[in-house]
Design a protein around this ligand. Structure first.
Ligand SMILES: Nc1ncnc2c1ncn2[C@@H]1O[C@H](COP(=O)(O)OP(=O)(O)OP(=O)(O)O)[C@@H](O)[C@H]1O
Length: 262
């Protein structure tokens, strides 16, 4: 079976700085892939590759076995840690805007029956993330958790096949994070999504993921830290009950010389 997404020997370089090297992997439809690694290991760069926002300097990214289109299409949605929503639009306006942009790319306005259908769809999506009582609320009036629920609704209303999450719960309080874990698990199952989530929280990665990818450098040059890029150092299929291997925990909590990371 053709994998949903395939990276073949990907390299990302900026001038003489190598960020990613020799990244080869396949992602199956329906998986929940958690991406971990130390700061600067190229996790967000990997996400931008999958989003189509960044082209590799070498290698190929294939979607459904074909070269990835240069721009981010409606098949991919994204939620960042902050600032994914438009501050000048209400919750309903934010979600509706996404549908109107897709339905009327030039004017971003739908009329008549099409607008009514779009509004119904937006309200339904907001209800799915628990914001059905906050349709007319602006982001500035919302808690961080509500803003992230809105960002998820905004991304999902376009029915993406792949949902990319860049530290989506990193700024939230622990209790709210647990609610968001339950929400994202339900949406992943209900919508048959493929999720790629970057997180600094190893517990979150092993709790939510069906697979954990760790990015890190295999090779280090102390005199030229940019000479070698990061690659996939661990690729762990999970059944959601597997604890993190001690060596991975150590790799994520110590620097290359073995000193603990503060
Ligand atoms: N446009 C760019 N030009 C030069 N270097 C870049 C550029 N974009 C990213 N980098 C570098 O690529 C490396 C990887 O960055 P990236 O943001 O992907 O790491 P990360 O693992 O997501 O880090 P963090 O966990 O801190 O968010 C960093 O050293 C960063 O400075």
């Amino acid at each position: 079976m053709t994998p949903l997404l395939e990276l073949r020997n990907i390299w990302v370089e900026y001038g003489d700085k190598i960020v990613l090297e020799r990244v080869s992997l396949q992602l199956d439809a329906g998986s929940f892939v958690a991406v971990v690694g130390p700061s600067g290991a190229g996790k967000s760069t990997f996400l931008r590759l999958v989003l189509g926002q960044e082209a590799p300097t070498r290698g190929q990214v294939l979607l459904d076995g074909r070269a990835m289109p240069a721009a981010c299409g409606p098949d991919r949605g994204v939620v960042f840690q902050r600032y994914s929503v438009f501050p000048h639009l209400t919750a309903l306006g934010n979600v509706l805007f996404g549908i109107e942009c897709a339905g009327a790319p030039l004017t971003a306005r739908l009329f008549g029956a099409r607008r009514r259908a779009a509004r119904d769809r937006a309200v339904e999506m907001l209800a799915a993330v628990g914001l059905d009582h906050s349709l007319d609320v602006y982001p500035a009036q919302m808690s961080g958790g509500m803003q992230q629920r809105l960002a998820i609704a905004q991304a999902l209303v376009k029915h993406p096949r792949i949902l990319l999450l860049d530290e989506p719960f990193g700024a939230l309080d622990p209790g709210i994070r647990l609610d968001m874990h339950a929400l994202i698990t339900r949406l992943w199952q209900d919508h048959g999504l493929t999720i790629v989530m970057v997180t600094h929280d190893i517990g979150e990665a092993f709790k939510l993921g069906t697979r954990v990818l760790a990015f890190d450098k295999r090779r280090h040059d102390p005199h030229a830290p940019h000479r070698f890029g990061a690659t996939v150092t661990y690729d762990l299929p999970l059944d959601r009950k597997t604890p993190p291997p001690p060596a991975l925990l150590a790799a994520l909590t110590t620097d290359p010389s073995g000193r603990p990371i503060a």
